[in-house]
Design a protein around this ligand. Structure first.
Ligand code: HEC
Length: 115
């Protein structure tokens, strides 16, 4: 009797493991990645976060699609992330320096230079 229970236990454990390995971790790992992927994520930046910062700090002057408005267009320009970061942090001409956390500014600069 004991042997049979043991054998059953092993089978149940093996089955549970086999199923779990493939099914359980996958959704957790892919969910965030898919989120980012739907928002043109190609470089090492978080496009979703960048757009959120852009919308709260830049959109009024640079437009909903970075096409420009009060300020120049930011899409399709040849800015390096360093140039964009410099403008964000120090301002340029009539654009004031934008006071946002450095981490947000760096992420945003990479995203903008990839547009
Ligand atoms: C108050 C309006 C305003 C806001 C807000 C603003 N900008 Fe600007 N931005 C401008 C203007 C105007 C210029 C052109 C400045 C100049 O060269 O005289 C400019 C220029 C720039 C440039 C340089 C473009 C070029 O081709 O030289 C970058 C990059 C830029 N802005 C990024 C940003 C980012 C990123 C944000 C948000 C964090 C932002 N701006 C917020 C008005 C704004």
């Amino acid at each position: 009797m004991k042997k049979m229970l043991l054998a059953l236990g092993v089978i149940v454990t093996l089955t549970a493991c086999g199923g779990g390995d493939e099914a359980a971790p996958a959704p957790e790992e892919t969910a965030p990645a898919e989120d980012v992927a739907t928002e043109e994520a190609t470089g090492d930046f978080d496009a979703t976060a960048a757009r959120a910062v852009y919308e709260s700090s830049c959109i009024g002057c640079h437009g909903g699609n970075l096409q420009g408005g009060g300020g120049p267009a930011l899409a399709g320009q040849d800015h390096t992330p360093e140039q964009v970061l410099n403008v964000i942090q120090n301002g340029q001409g009539t654009m004031p320096a934008i006071n946002i956390p450095a981490e947000d500014a760096e992420n945003l600069a990479k995203w903008i230079s990839a547009q």
